[in-house]
Design a protein around this ligand. Structure first.
Ligand code: MN
Length: 246
């Protein structure tokens, strides 16, 4: 017997769903905002690849300034404010990548470099968790990176610090400790592509909107995590994030 519209209708009549949507609407992802109980709603999560020369070299690439490249994570992969990071499936080599995150208050297309900072709401500290083994396979086969970058809980991110409170940091130490031992260290001044250039370039590829956030790339020192590890990331003048691998 094949399903017909008539055989589907009774479920709705029985009140199994309510309101506008035929199934429960997924929760809207958001981040805490430093200094307030209000939250920053997240629309999209963009990421910049290879944006510090020392990290580019450690990954086996030439750090010439060819132009930024981008990938995305899923907004529902955020771990808002940090906390527990469940070790993901299908990997035995999950790496930490500490990054400055930019949160947009306004969007647009073809945003000029000189205008870009006026679109920024604030900044946060994120960890671009990466299934490095799956990324290596994808790179070798010329396949997309989603399996390496867009899995569940792949984007721990601190509270957003409003630019109105902290300004627009273009220098400042960025570090990540694992179990109290420093693993990553860099300075925002070492970003190959600066925040205004990132926002401008990205807006030429995608129409940006309020609620978009951008992970801006990681300094050198990326490495694996194991269950039980405690990660603490910090960006001078922006904030900090703590994550426990469970
Ligand atoms: Mn990254």
């Amino acid at each position: 017997m094949s399903a017909s519209p008539a055989s589907i209708a009774p479920a709705a009549e029985a009140g199994e769903t309510a309101g506008e949507f035929v199934i429960s609407a997924p929760p809207a992802p958001s981040l805490p905002v430093a200094g307030t109980a209000r939250r920053f709603p997240v629309r999209r999560v963009y990421c910049v690849g290879r944006n510090y020369a020392a990290h580019t070299i450690e990954m086996g690439h030439d750090p010439d300034r060819e132009g930024p490249f981008f990938f995305q994570k899923n907004p529902d992969g955020l771990v808002p404010g940090g906390g527990k990071f469940p070790y993901p499936a299908a990997t035995s080599d999950v790496h930490h990548e500490i990054e400055l995150v930019v949160a947009l208050a306004r969007g647009g297309a073809d945003i000029a470099v000189e205008e870009a900072l006026s679109h920024v709401y604030g900044y946060a500290v994120g960890i671009d968790m990466t299934r490095r083994d799956l990324q290596a396979v994808a790179k070798k086969a010329g396949r997309p990176w989603e399996v390496a970058k867009a899995f569940e809980h792949a984007a721990p991110c601190s509270a957003v610090a409003p630019a109105a409170a902290i300004g627009h940091p273009d220098r400042g130490v960025i570090t990540l400790d694992v179990n109290g031992e420093e693993r990553q260290r860099g300075d925002l001044a070492q970003l190959i592509w600066k925040v205004p250039e990132i926002v401008s370039c990205l807006s030429g590829l995608f129409t940006l909107a309020a609620g978009d956030i951008v992970f801006t790339g990681t300094p050198a020192g990326v490495g694996p995590v194991v269950r039980g590890d405690r990660l603490r990331g910090q960006v001078e003048g922006v904030g900090a994030i703590e994550v426990e691998v469970v």
